[in-house]
Structure formats: structure tokens, C-alpha cells
Design a protein around this ligand. Structure first.
Ligand SMILES: Nc1ncnc2c1ncn2[C@@H]1O[C@H](COP(=O)(O)OP(=O)(O)OP(=O)(O)O)[C@@H](O)[C@H]1O
Ligand SMILES: [Mg+2]
Length: 236
């Protein structure tokens, strides 16, 4: 197994408060890993520590063989570590089309034909965005903004795509559309780290689940083990 992302003994936090403690996880190339756990468990902070937004006090993070420690958030993103953050995975002041173009411009090792093909795929996937290319992204509905955020992931060709609760506050039909798109990304072979409260989708897509609690890993296993309730996590 080749690891796309490796986290070893990570400690991270805000100011003097350590909120991630001794967290280790491995995301195999091409797999989907779900990070689950109750409110405040440390899911968002973990993603923040990986992108360089949250201060890491010790531990190691690698993207493939590249050590990320010491790299800036920008350098990590440029290496292919992409995050769709909770609620704001787009540039609200730019148009829909500019948002997509910027994502496509950040893609590494792709040609024009690939870009055109991906553009066509997202148009088909999210007809709600059709004809809106010159609209400012910030004026789209919440669901449409999230569709745009996921569309950007199709164009950015990420090495590892991390998503933080893309379903939050959205209607079930929209969540279903978003997750159909995520499933396509998975089938394309994209390595995915999924943080989700909507565990139904997370358990359906994930190959491996990490359950966090108080900033540490409480359980690692396949979705079936969690569904069976063997781990005894009441929030599921
Ligand atoms: N900006 C911040 N400053 C200080 N403490 C923070 C900050 N953000 C989060 N925390 C604390 O870090 C811990 C982990 O929070 P985090 O947001 O990572 O959890 P989460 O698993 O993403 O929760 P949720 O499911 O509510 O999104 C919590 O105790 C939280 O209060
Ligand atoms: Mg969170």
C-alpha cells in the first residue's frame, strides 16, 4: 500500500490550548477515509493542522513522500493538498466562471483536453449552475455554492482532497447530488478525506473510518464495523 497522506503523533492547537493529541492516521492512495466524531472532537482542527492553518506543536505530516512540516498553507495547496473548508470553499467576490478557472489553473500535470472534459462533467453534474457563469459566487444559494466548491475539486486535480461537512445545513436532495459527485471523484481514483456529520454518506463511501474524540483517535475500522455498533459510539 502506498500512503497518499501520513500523519504521525500530531499535536496541534490554538494559542496555549492543545486540542489535537497524539493523532496518527494513514490515508492510502486512492482510498476514501472518513473522520467522524461528535462536536468538538477535533475533526476541523485536524484538517487545519494538515493545511497549516492550525498551529502544530509536534508530529509529522507527509503528502506522499513530501514532508509538509514547515511548508506554508500555500505551498501545501500547490503540492496538491486541497481542502473544501466548512461553508466557504469558494471565492464569493469572483464569478462562477472565475472560481472554476482558478481551480483549473492550479491543477498539476493536466492538459487542455482534460480540462475541457472536466468542465463538461461538472456542467452535466450540476445543471443548477448552468448559465450562471458570470454571476458572483457569493450570490448563489448555499447549496449552489457547495456545488461550485465540489466542481472546483473536479478541476483542481487534487492529490488529496479533504472536505469538511459539505452537507451542513443543506436540503437532503442537494446533499444527495453533492455526494453523487464525490462518488465520481472517488471512482476517478482521487484520494479523499471526508469529515461528515451525515454519517450515512460517510459510511457508504469510506473505505476506512477514524472516530475522533477529544482530539485523539478512539477507533479505526471499516464502515461495517461501525454500523454493527461494535465500537459503541452513541452519536452514530
Ligand atoms: N479558533 C479556536 N480557538 C480555540 N479553540 C478552538 C478553536 N476552534 C476550535 N477550538 C476547540 O478545539 C476543539 C476541537 O474543535 P473542532 O472544531 O476541531 O471540532 P470538530 O470535530 O470539527 O467539531 P464540529 O463537529 O462541531 O465541527 C474544541 O474543543 C473547540 O472548542
Ligand atoms: Mg468541525
Amino acid at each position: 500500500m502506498t500512503a497518499a497522506l501520513t500523519v504521525e503523533n500530531l499535536y496541534a492547537g490554538y494559542g496555549k490550548a492543545t486540542v489535537i493529541r497524539d493523532l496518527s492516521l494513514t490515508v492510502p492512495e486512492g482510498s476514501t477515509v472518513a473522520l467522524l466524531g461528535p462536536n468538538g472532537a477535533g475533526k476541523t482542527s485536524t484538517l487545519g493542522a494538515l493545511t497549516g492553518m492550525v498551529k502544530v506543536t509536534s508530529g509529522r505530516v507527509r503528502l506522499g513522500r513530501l514532508r509538509l512540516d514547515g511548508l506554508t498553507t500555500y505551498q501545501r495547496a500547490a503540492s496538491g493538498l486541497t481542502l473544501i473548508p466548512e461553508g466557504r470553499g469558494i471565492f464569493p467576490g469572483l464569478t462562477v466562471s472565475e472560481n472554476l478557472t482558478l481551480a483549473a489553473d492550479s491543477a498539476r500535470g493536466v492538459d487542455r483536453a482534460w480540462r475541457t472534459r472536466q468542465m463538461r462533467r461538472v456542467e452535466e453534474m450540476f445543471p443548477a449552475l448552468g448559465g450562471r457563469s458570470r454571476q458572483r459566487a457569493g450570490t448563489l444559494s448555499g447549496g449552489e455554492q457547495q456545488m461550485l466548491a465540489v466542481s472546483r475539486a473536479f478541476l483542481a486535480h487534487p492529490r488529496v482532497l479533504m472536505m469538511d461537512e459539505i452537507s451542513a445545513g443543506l436540503a437532503p436532495l442537494i446533499v444527495e447530488q453533492l455526494y453523487k459527485a464525490v462518488e465520481e471523484l472517488k471512482n476517478d481514483g482521487v484520494t479523499i478525506v471526508l469529515v461528515e456529520q451525515y454519517v450515512t454518506y460517510a459510511l457508504k463511501l469510506a473505505d476506512i473510518c477514524y472516530v475522533l474524540g477529544r482530539g485523539s483517535v478512539r477507533f479505526v475500522g471499516e464502515p461495517a464495523e461501525l454500523r454493527a455498533g461494535g465500537a459503541g459510539f452513541s452519536y452514530l
